[in-house]
Design a protein around this ligand. Structure first.
Ligand code: SAH
Length: 838
């Protein structure tokens, strides 16, 4: 077996200046390569000479720059070719400060339109050098600006202000005659004094210029970032930490950073971010989490008791946020009409409620308990008659949970706001306390938003993908909702996760849209692909991650791998550019890859029909991974009293999806050896890579009379797949933990037991610490685990986020991690945890 390091192509930098059209190979590769070619800055092709221009109209003006000065400024242009190959750039005879083209004088650092090839929009460049080459040709060095459409954003560049361009670090020598005309480009600095007014202020700042720029665009990791690397956040020194170089850096301007986890599932992503940020010295607390799935919400709440977990759709959540902001404005921020703005005195508030409604209602409102958007009663009604009332149920708007005077909580009901017009004081009471407790984030209050909006409309499994209008597909609509939430809340940082398909489908349409929205909202942004296995798991699992950071912040880097991994799904060639990996020529010390054995061989044997949810381990851990993944919550790095009542110390969720009798019988026939699957069953032979019925054997039947080898196994991927009823082996990895646990078309049988991997085994492969107990029916738990962002990946990203918050990240897109998973979960046992003294 060979293990591979995922390596970054060394050609990465070439991609900036000389992006090549990728070679066509297979059809699939082609689609992928097309996508990535489109992600890269385009080659700004130009005519080499402008035919229409009379060469007499092109000349340098004034005396050449003294040779000494020119040589010291541009030494590479003057190096002698004395046998030694220095570089192959065009050599200069003289440099000038000015040139004249078509009667217009151009000086160094002027900006100009430059002729592009026929049919292309003219390019835009800053003039960095004006020189005569060794062979008497007149050149200028162009540092290119990109229009939004020239970047990875392509058509989504339309989202960005037309006047806005991006400076690149791509430079080319261009014949002087290609200069067309001057262009006035203003450099606009992001204003940090008032974030909410940023858009307006920038607009005010670019009154007269044709174009403006406030960010640079660089190809590695498709980075849009501010030009100056200086921290611009106005910091108050509440805490300091030492940077690696030993200098004191003013750290965060607050002791706690709040995180909103959207599409939170059971909370793996925010859990990892929380751990990782903590390791950098930042307390990042998941304050709010939203998911449509109630079981996922239960799991999240169980493991994060301090989080406001909301079981609702993201679209209703956004509407609620907008309404809530208005309510806070009315009752809290604008000064309440009530003389007593502090409604701490519950009795007084309740008296007022009674007064207000006493003569008009049979039921009196005691108190408003909760708020939501959209009718929460609608899902509870199931009868036919109720279904007829569906349209009424669909009614949107604010709803409040009402506690009725004289009735206990079993009588609480959800009521629309219209019916509560007489209950202003109860409303004020709810809003005032809700505002104080931050039950919902107001714009600017969520420092970080994380989450992966589901984009099922891009999945290769989905035959009905809408290729013409990917964003009109309701299955992809959440990406728009997600970006709208960011637009409304304006967090300092965002981290989006998604499947690699968002870069493959329709030339990366959705990936480019996501980046485009961020850039249009004035965020810095950067995209990378990370394989979970590179961070210490026996699973490959490649995912796309997108960072966003307000221009007041540092843009976080991507964390480099810590472990070798056996590469499973091939990294599509075209996408290597944004794969988070060491360059092939870089030295790196990666830990040994993890295998299934390392992660799960300590777990007690269980049967197919096992249903016990909680048990003791029985045996000791056998690997480093097992030792640390078993840590109790109280033994972990960021333990606090908040977690006192969270599950700990026992083994949870270690039971499998119970297979029906027929499948169980089939599984019992699959040999306990490496590589076995349905092809090992009696009656099946293999020719080439295809299965066939063995003509010499009668079709075998199960006790129930059904066939031992089902037809669907024989026909799966036209008989070429060996996945049906596949058994994993101890020295293997899983390509991706998925949400379903049926063994019909995927390899997930335990190596030595006749069952599928248990929920806990899958959770281990995803890097969940054992104390992270899940809720809901068996299938729901598998779904939560399969949906999760692998914990060590989120943890690694949390660390680089923390560094950015602390102002410690530099301009580089990649950073090495000073720890490994899962030993980093323990405060004292990990060697590089010196600054975790808190
Ligand atoms: N990031 C999570 C996994 C999220 S999976 C983790 O690391 O654990 C995507 C989640 O989106 C699922 O839990 C699903 O229930 C939820 N979801 C799907 N559509 C939604 C919607 N419209 N609003 C809110 N949540 C939604």
């Amino acid at each position: 077996m060979t293990t591979k390091r995922i390596r970054q192509s060394t050609k990465q930098n070439d991609a900036v200046s000389k992006p090549k059209k990728a070679k066509k190979s297979s059809k699939q590769d082609f689609e992928v390569e097309e996508a990535i070619v489109s992600l890269l800055p385009p080659k700004l092709k130009r005519a080499t000479k402008r035919s229409a221009v009379d060469s007499n109209k092109i000349c340098f003006v004034g005396k050449p720059i003294p040779v000494d000065e020119a040589q010291s400024k541009w030494p590479h242009r003057y190096l002698k070719k004395d046998g030694l190959k220095n570089n192959d750039c065009i050599k200069a005879k003289y440099h000038y400060r000015k040139a004249k083209v078509d009667g217009v004088i151009y000086e160094l650092n002027d900006n100009a339109y430059v002729q592009a090839e026929k049919g292309k929009k003219d390019s835009i460049a800053r003039i960095l050098e004006l020189f005569v080459s060794d062979d008497q040709q007149q050149f200028f060095t162009a540092q290119w600006f990109y229009r939004a459409q020239d970047t990875v954003l392509q058509d989504h560049g339309r989202l960005v202000d037309k006047k806005r361009v991006f400076i690149s670090d791509v430079k080319d020598e261009i014949p002087l005659g290609c200069i067309l005309r001057k262009v006035d480009i203003a450099e606009v600095k992001p204003d940090v004094s008032d974030l909410s007014a940023q858009k307006k202020k920038n607009k005010n700042k670019i009154p007269s210029c044709e174009l403006y720029f406030d960010m640079k665009y660089t190809a590695p990791y498709l980075t849009f970032s501010k030009i100056s690397n200086e921290p611009e956040r106005i910091e108050s020194s509440t805490s300091t930490i030492s940077s690696e170089s030993g200098s004191n850096v003013v750290a965060a301007d607050k002791s706690e950073w709040s995180l909103l986890d959207l599409y939170a599932g059971c909370g793996a992503m925010s859990t990892g971010l929380f751990f990782g940020a903590f390791k950098s010295g930042i307390k990042l607390v998941t304050r709010w989490a939203i998911d449509i799935n109630k079981h996922a919400c239960e799991s999240l709440k169980l493991n994060h008791p301090q989080t406001h977990v909301r079981n609702e759709t993201a679209e209703n959540f956004l509407s609620l946020l907008k309404e809530w902001a208005k309510l806070c404005e009315e009752f809290v921020l604008n000064g309440s009409e009530s003389s007593d703005s502090d409604m701490d005195d519950g009795e007084e508030a309740n008296d007022e409620v009674v007064d207000d409604s006493s003569d008009s209602e049979v039921f009196e409102v005691e108190k408003l308990l909760q708020v939501c958007y959209g009718n929460p009663n609608k899902d509870k009604k199931k009868s036919k008659k109720d279904k007829e009332k569906a349209s009424e149920d669909e009614k949107l708007g604010l709803y409040f949970k009402v506690q009725w005077k004289g009735y206990d909580s079993s009588y609480d009901t959800w009521e629309p706001i219209e019916g509560l017009s007489d209950c202003k004081d109860a409303l004020r009471d709810l809003v005032t306390t809700g505002y104080k407790d931050k039950i919902l984030p107001l714009p600017g209050q969520a420092d970080v938003i994380c989450g992966g909006p589901p984009c099922q409309g891009v999945s290769g499994f989905n035959r009905f993908r809408n290729k013409n209008a990917p964003l009109k597909d309701v299955k992809n609509m959440q990406l728009i909702v997600y970006m709208n939430i960011i637009e409304f809340l304006k967090p300092r940082y965002i981290l989006m996760e998604n499947v690699v398909d968002i870069l493959k489908f329709v030339g990366g349409f959705l990936g480019r849209y996501a980046l485009g929205r961020l850039v249009a909202m004035n965020y810095q942004a950067r995209m990378g692909m990370m394989a979970a296995g590179c961070y210490g798991l026996p699973q490959f699992r490649m995912r796309v991650f997108l960072w966003g950071a307000l221009p007041t912040e540092k843009l976080p880097a991507f964390p480099l791998p810590t472990h070798e991994v056996e590469s499973r799904s091939a990294i599509p060639t075209g996408f290597q550019e944004i794969t988070v990996a060491f360059a092939t020529n870089e030295k790196c010390q990666l830990a040994e890859p993890l295998y299934l054995k390392d992660a799960i061989d300590d777990l007690p044997p269980i049967k197919n029909d096992e249903s016990q949810d909680e048990r003791s381990y029985g045996a000791s851990p056998r690997s480093e991974f097992q030792k640390y993944i078993r840590l109790k919550r109280s033994e972990m790095v960021n333990y606090s009293a908040d977690y006192e009542n969270t599950p700990s110390g026992m083994l949870y969720d270690h039971f499998p999806l119970e297979l029906n009798k027929d499948d169980y019988e089939r599984v019992c026939h699959i040999p306990h050896k490496k590589g076995s699957n349905f092809r090992d069953l009696k009656g099946v032979t293999v020719k080439g890579n295809k299965v066939e019925w063995d003509p010499s054997v009668e079709r075998q039947l199960l006790k129930s009379g059904k066939p031992l080898v089902p037809d669907y196994a024989m026909s799966f991927v036209r008989g070429t797949s060996s996945k049906p009823f596949g058994r994993l082996w101890w020295d293997e990895i899983v390509s991706t933990v998925v949400t379903r646990a049926e063994p019909h078309n995927q390899v997930l049988l335990h190596p030595e037991q006749d069952r599928v991997l248990s929920i806990r085994e899958n959770a281990r492969i995803q890097g969940f610490p054992d104390c992270y107990k899940l809720c809901g029916p068996t299938k729901e738990r598998y779904t939560q685990v399969g949906n999760a962002v692998a914990v060590p990946v989120a943890l690694a990203l949390g660390y680089t986020l923390g560094l950015a918050i602390l102002g410690l990240s530099d301009d580089k897109p990649l950073t090495t991690l000073p720890f490994k998973y899962p030993s980093c979960l323990a405060p004292s046992l990990d060697t590089v945890d010196d600054d975790d003294s808190s």
